[in-house]
Design a protein around this ligand. Structure first.
Ligand code: GLN
Length: 506
């Protein structure tokens, strides 16, 4: 492998700025590796050789001409395929969007293009971001670079595998119930779900709009901070986007590491809460062991830890699996065979709008999408809405209150990201409930809108374990500071231990 691909975006940024390397050289290396490894991993659904190299060339020319460049200019990035890219196929891993080329760019894509990051391609996911393993992709699953018999997490398994296997240093994901963090956890990478509204959702294909958030997938905490700074900020195209200045997230990473007041105890004075309901039953022993070792490291770095209780968290998963499908059923109504992608006419009987919609949706959606649409329409239907949807909203409020209460006592809350390490293909495909349980620790942050990061805490049986840090709404910088200190305390990024680091391309 070209050695450049082992480097972080922050390191590459310096090399590019010093003129030691060119973006064309780096982007070509990334494309070569994608071409060589994608048949094995299936992380990408589409690769844009030409577009990526054209951007790289432009960036090199602009730099040579002395133009002021964004620090990430010239660094290749992969984009989850439920984020629309103008003229580039965007499928959300669904047959119903096969062949669709969006006529516009998502706001995050506009920002990435303006900053000059070559977009190498679109990554695989569970159909419409519904799942925890990428096994629900209509185009076949992605494989985990740590063990190709295992799932890379989901829904954003493609982005996580691409970053984890050194195909690219940066990727974008979306997180509705954990789809950035859980894949990061099981692939030894870093994933950050920003505060709801921190990053514009304009152009993210909606799953559950009150929960969806775009965020970074990287191998280091610093890279995630750099990427989130680039993509965040107010957007007039998204009425839920927050009208606030972009926070200094790289500064927060420095405050946890190089610029810490007391480098031996960068977290001195920090109060950390563990949650009684976020360990124990359902959590694998190896996961808990790694989690508690990381907690001990936080203490070594100066933090004080206490265990708190969030009784409503027991019901968070259940509430999510009512609220999310309710929103899914309404968001997916637009895929009707009339406006986008696949249109199927009935084989018999009259061809009317209704029969075409029925035939198109029957052919275009996979089982999991159908399951959630049906569930969602049911929980919203007259006579049932109060019993299901409204009570789920009450639980959501309780989760918000429990988190707020914890944050009145501690600065950050920590937990394992995922109850288990990566599981084998097929283990949970026929048991939706078992699949849903993967999200047990990630969902509270989505229900509350708070920021949360997953970074590796170590290995269990040779497979990565994810450590989650939650901060109060708007305090993304705090989560970055703590994560950066922990990452350094644990000996730096774990990604270099991935077997894929020594895979050769030929
Ligand atoms: N695994 C969760 C689900 O299936 C999370 C999805 C997501 O965050 N997009 O709903």
């Amino acid at each position: 492998m070209n050695e450049l691909l082992l480097k972080s975006a922050a390191e590459l940024s310096e090399l590019l700025q010093a003129g030691t390397i060119t973006s064309v050289e780096l982007t070509q290396a990334s494309l070569d590796r994608i071409e060589a490894l994608n048949p094995k991993l299936h992380a990408f659904l589409y690769v844009d050789h030409e577009g990526a190299l054209a951007t790289a060339k432009q960036v090199d020319e602009d730099r040579a001409a002395g133009k002021t460049m964004h620090p990430l200019a010239g660094i290749p990035i992969a984009v989850k395929d439920n984020i629309v890219t103008r003229g580039i196929p965007t499928t959300a891993a669904s047959k119903i969007l096969e062949g669709w080329r969006p006529p516009y760019d998502a706001t995050v894509i506009v920002k990435i293009k303006q900053a000059g990051l070559p977009i190498v391609g679109k990554t695989n996911l569970d159909e419409f971001a519904m799942g925890s393993s990428t096994e629900h992709s209509a185009f076949g699953p992605t494989r985990n670079p740590w063990d190709t018999d295992r799932i890379p997490g989901g829904s954003g398994g493609g982005s996580a595998a691409a970053v984890g296997a050194f195909m690219v240093p940066l990727a974008l994901g979306t997180d509705t119930g954990g789809s950035i963090r859980q894949p990061a956890a099981v692939t030894g990478t870093v994933g950050f779900k920003p505060t709801y509204g921190n990053v514009s959702r304009f152009g993210a294909i909606a799953m559950a709009s009150s929960l969806d958030q775009i965020g970074p997938v990287t191998r280091t905490v610093r890279d995630a901070a750099m990427l989130q700074e680039l993509i965040s900020g107010h957007d007039v195209h998204d009425s839920t986007s927050l009208d606030q200045p972009v926070a200094d997230l790289v500064g927060a990473v420095n405050a946890g590491t190089t610029a810490a007041k007391d480098p031996a105890k960068p977290l001195a004075g920090l109060k950390v809460g563990l949650v009684k309901e976020m360990e124990g039953e359902g959590y694998a022993e190896g996961v808990l062991k790694s989690f508690h070792e990381a907690v001990a490291e936080l203490e070594k770095l100066g933090a004080e830890t206490t265990t708190l209780s969030a009784p409503s968290f027991k019901y968070a998963l259940g509430a999510y699996y009512l609220i999310m499908p309710a929103e899914v059923s309404s968001n997916l109504a637009r895929f009707d065979g009339m406006r986008y992608g696949v249109r199927v006419e009935p084989t018999e009987g009259p061809v009317t709008a209704e029969t075409v919609m029925r035939a198109s949706r029957a052919a275009g959606f996979g089982d999991e999408a159908k399951r959630r649409i049906i569930l969602g329409t049911h929980v919203l239907s007259a006579g049932y809405a109060d019993q299901f949807y409204t009570s789920a909203l009450r639980v959501r409020t309780l989760v918000q209150q429990d988190l707020a209460k914890m944050f009145s006592q501690v600065d950050v809350v920590v937990s394992p990201t995922s109850p288990t390490v990566a599981f084998k293909f097929g283990e949970k495909t026929n048991d939706p409930m078992a699949m849903y349980l993967n999200d047990i620790a990630t969902i509270p942050a989505n229900l509350a809108g708070s920021p949360a990061i997953s970074l590796p805490s170590g290995l269990s049986d040779g497979l990565p374990v994810g450590f989650q840090i939650l901060a109060p709404i708007g305090e993304d910088a705090r989560a970055y500071r703590v994560a950066a200190a922990l990452e350094e305390g644990l000996g730096g990024s774990l990604a270099s231990q991935c077997p894929a680091a020594s895979w050769e391309e030929k």
